[in-house]
Design a protein around this ligand. Structure first.
Ligand SMILES: O=C(O)CCC(=O)C(=O)O
Ligand SMILES: [Fe+2]
Length: 337
């Protein structure tokens, strides 16, 4: 176990053959005592170095907001296809709006993902970053009409804002986990660069083509993902270093937290962006709501000094967060075949 070791030493001794995903209690995320926050950051650090996934409990997102977002999702995906297609992602900049089954493909070895989704980003551009403003991911959200689905927008935005607020409390903890000043990411996270997806996975029963699953094997693009998954339905799996798929079942009262490529880039792979996929063979339709939180889109993903050494030289070409996210989205939407 890596507890207590300096950051790079812990990363060099990472144990990536995990079979279990830690559960971390976020009760003390804003505790007034620095030592308490630092201890929590240490727990997070070990999960980030060894697994790249953990569950969070006491995340503070109220249950009724989750339930209302779920009800909104169910109502939205029950709309007639032609209503949903009025907000087809392909008609908008930057993949907002609706994508139908198989319109996206997250694993280039596969044929397409067996889910449909509604995608949104921040409602307004509110960067205070000196490099802020228009960016690679700019573009308004595209909502279904209020008359087609009353209350959808409000329910989805209520959950979005709660999840963004929770996400904002995590950046200082990740900074402490990286032996950085607690507010290191503050000036890099001024615009809430968070994309959310409301997803519906139809059940796949009978013979299933292995190249058409709920969402193909992939890493996420941003710093971290806050994932709500529907209770009692097993679909999410994560890949360990021994190439074993480890189940990540929903656990009551928790959300899944996983790291994405932006953090792998910021940390020069000290934090792991772990491959995962979802397959719904339960016979029951499944809903999930991932929110992907990155650094401001015009910020460059440069490796932070505590994660670079003579033995660990920079591993990635430096690009802006926005260009990175956009290139990955373009690839996912181009790669259905
Ligand atoms: O639905 C899930 O459990 C996973 C979704 C996911 O991995 C994604 O949207 O990136
Ligand atoms: Fe993902």
């Amino acid at each position: 176990m890596a507890v207590g070791k300096p950051l790079l030493e812990a990363a060099d001794h990472a144990d990536l053959g995990f079979h279990q995903i830690p559960i971390i209690d976020m009760q003390n995320a804003n505790h007034p005592d620095f030592a308490v926050r630092k201890a929590l950051a240490q727990e997070i650090r070990d999960a980030c170095i060894n697994v790249g996934f953990f569950y969070v409990k006491n995340h503070g997102i109220p249950n009724d907001k989750i339930q209302n977002a779920l009800d909104a999702a169910k109502a939205f995906f029950s709309l007639p296809t032609e209503e949903k297609m009025k907000i087809d992602t392909r008609t908008t900049p930057n993949f907002k709006g609706y994508n139908g089954l198989l319109m996206e493909n997250n694993d280039p070895a596969n044929k397409g993902d067996m889910h449909e989704g509604f995608n949104l980003g921040p409602e307004e551009l509110r960067s205070t970053n000196p490099t802020g403003g228009e960016n690679a991911m700019s573009g308004a959200n595209l909502w279904p009409s209020e008359s087609a689905i009353p209350g959808f927008r409000e329910a989805v935005l209520n959950y979005y804002h709660s999840a963004v607020a929770f996400g904002k409390t995590l950046f200082p903890l990740f900074a402490l986990a990286l032996e950085l000043p607690e507010h290191y990411f503050d000036d890099k996270t001024t615009e809430d660069a968070a994309i959310m997806r409301v997803l519906h996975y139809p059940p796949q029963t009978g013979p299933v083509d292995d190249r058409i699953i709920g969402i193909g094997a992939h890493t996420d693009f941003e710093c971290f993902t806050i994932l709500w998954q529907e209770p009692n339905i097993q679909a999410l799996q994560i890949l360990n270093a021994n190439k074993e798929w480890i189940k990540a079942p929903p656990i009551d009262g928790t959300l899944v937290l996983n790291l994405g490529d932006q953090f792998a880039r910021w940390t020069n792979d000290v934090f792991k962006s772990t491959v995962h996929r979802a397959i719904n063979r339960t016979g029951i339709r499944r809903y999930s709501i991932p929110l992907f939180f990155g650094t401001d889109y015009n910020v460059k993903l440069e490796p932070i000094p505590s994660c670079v050494s003579a033995e660990r030289p920079p591993r990635y070409e430096v690009v802006t967060a926005g260009d990175y996210v956009k290139s990955r989205l373009e690839a996912a939407y181009a790669a259905t075949k």
